[in-house]
Design a protein around this ligand. Sequence first.
Ligand SMILES: Cc1cc2nc3c(=O)[nH]c(=O)nc-3n(C[C@H](O)[C@H](O)[C@H](O)COP(=O)(O)OP(=O)(O)OC[C@H]3O[C@@H](n4cnc5c(N)ncnc54)[C@H](O)[C@@H]3O)c2cc1C
Length: 423
Amino acid sequence: MRALTRELFRLGSRSATEAARARPLLHASQQLRLFSEGRLASTQLSSDEEMIRGAAESFATEILAPKVQEMDRDAKMSPEILKALFENGLMGIEVPEDLGGVGLGFTAACLAIEELARVDPAVAAMVDIHNTLNVTAFSRYATPELRDQYLARMATDTVSSFCLSEPGSGSDAFALSTRAVKDGNDWIINGSKCWISSSLEAGVFIVFATVDPRMGHRGITAFVMDRDTPGLSIGKKEDKLGIRASSTCEVILEGCRVPSSAVLGEVGKGYKIAIELLNEGRIGIGAQMVGLARGAFDYALQYMVSRKQFGQPVADFQGMQFQYARAAMEIEAARVLVYNAARLKESGEPFVNEACFAKLKASEVAQSVSSQCIDWLGGVGFTKEFLAEKYYRDAKIGTIYEGTSNIQLQTIAKSIRQQFPDE
Ligand SMILES: Cc1cc2nc3c(=O)[nH]c(=O)nc-3n(C[C@H](O)[C@H](O)[C@H](O)COP(=O)(O)OP(=O)(O)OC[C@H]3O[C@@H](n4cnc5c(N)ncnc54)[C@H](O)[C@@H]3O)c2cc1C
């Protein structure tokens, strides 16, 4: 049996889903694929949203799955996957159709991120940052010329990076020291950004710099920079625990000259732009973490129904059933929080706390479920031959980027405290 389950779940040319489909004994309707194909209890999707969710699911299972292990091992985003993401509209979900995008909304983007993360959270990270931070940045804050020029590229062939963090400013992001100095009609930018996702592949960078450190957050300004800007170079690439196919590098800015038209929004509005984008982006990370938890869960369940001990599938021991029933509830709870936050944001309602709830809960659920999945596979779960350990490694980032869990808690607590001022 062990040999059979090993064969079914062997990584490489066949994904777990494909392996499960190949099993002759289990009828498709009996498969425990609760989160992959089940009804969405938490929200009603429009037909367009259902379409993009389905497209992302097919992309993930058919195109992405065969590459996942290789990309993780080599810590490299496959150029074919990148190309296919653009070709399938997954890099321009919210970009208007006349600029080459799909023209859908924020929930649609979250659904696609969730489906991609079910199979590869690293690819989902890149798609998330590109769609929920950078496309939104251009759509909302850029001049019409800048917006049309960049969105058209970003929907078709140009990856983007969001450059806020620096060696000295992480959670305290607005203590940044990258400096922009006016020189005639241009700005000269000097500084160093770190932890920048997708920077190895990116063709466009949104860079936050201060025009005057004495002005505090009022000096922070967002600039658009092309990859070929003289003085912009990619530094050290991090060798990471998880989401290894998503590149994370230093971005070095040495005397980068950009025109005044490269300012995104207005001078001094970078703080507001970054805060607003990150508030929304957190929902995307929540979607990534829900997808990850679903992927790990489905993967483990498919193993547990095949693996027999004491003459029965290990999935049938009550001790196991109670564990996976509880995990299913936790995933659903996280999913509801993510969809709720996405719908609130889309309808223009306040959503900042709900976005924090969604990211915080989903990242915790992703960690706990992916950890349990290793236990549920027993010894093989501890090996690199099986995907469980990758989900576990990938889950860890959810509590760190776009605001650590403490920062989410701090934001929530601050708003609660405002509702209960001092007597
Ligand atoms: C894989 C990866 C990809 C990333 N991608 C990007 C990207 O594309 N663009 C970008 O700009 N950044 C990116 N980041 C940076 C990321 O956003 C930061 O790592 C994160 O915000 C935390 O900052 P820090 O690492 O400096 O940790 P620190 O801020 O030094 O935090 C260390 C610890 O102190 C705690 N802490 C800090 N302040 C407080 C407080 N006030 N109250 C309570 N606890 C606190 C934190 O919760 C944490 O546990 C990425 C990071 C990683 C690891």
